[in-house]
Design a protein around this ligand. Sequence first.
Ligand SMILES: [Zn+2]
Ligand SMILES: [Zn+2]
Length: 253
Amino acid sequence: MLLTVLGCSGSVPGPESPASGYLLRAGDTSVLLDLGNGTFGALQRYLDPFTLDGLILSHLHPDHCADISALTVYRRYHPHPPPGEVLPVYGPPDAAERLIAAYAPNAVERIRTDLSDLYAFRSYGGATARIGPLGVLAARVEHPCDAYAVRISHAGRALVYSGDTGPCPQLVELATGADVLLAEASWPDRPDNPAGIHLSGKDAGEAAAAAGVGRLLITHVPPWTDAEQVLTEAKAAFGGPTELARAGTHYDI
Ligand SMILES: [Zn+2]
Ligand SMILES: [Zn+2]
């Protein structure tokens, strides 16, 4: 699998990167993990958005899904749309309702626009779903809204993306033995960090160590957080290969 970071800025877009969005390709199959503010522009550097095979949403905070409205406009109003099928969108059960509300400004338009001409909304079950050759398994994690970490597997390799989460055993269980853990780290380790929202660098490193992953990529560092401090914490807690995800970078998995 080839992971391309479209954006990795935490909570909001930053001066060097859009918000959260990751393109994952294996052979002819391409999926997106999140599509936060600014990521739709970056996506077009790498492929024709009509060729996507699936969209996987960790949760419905704007920094993870705001650019679906841009994808909607692109798919609906492109002057030469290729014949194709609706795009599978995996996410929380209220994804359709929330994304329709984000796209359509009033009740009349919402009735006219259920987006079913463009997307097939699917909730996560407890079993592995398939998008082409990719396996997709999700686990509910700890965040102020319905939020999921996802494990994508292909040909004996696995990537786990934390989405947004506080420290939790569900993340460690899902990530166990993964080749790469793409983990958020939104703040430095402090005794007064609120519970059940985000990981610190230390938390991300501890999760990577507990799960025995091969490599840790730190992401979702907000513009107001010292990324080097978060990275130093994560490295110390994990003890394995650790780096900061950077927008526009590719990682072989
Ligand atoms: Zn976020
Ligand atoms: Zn969030």
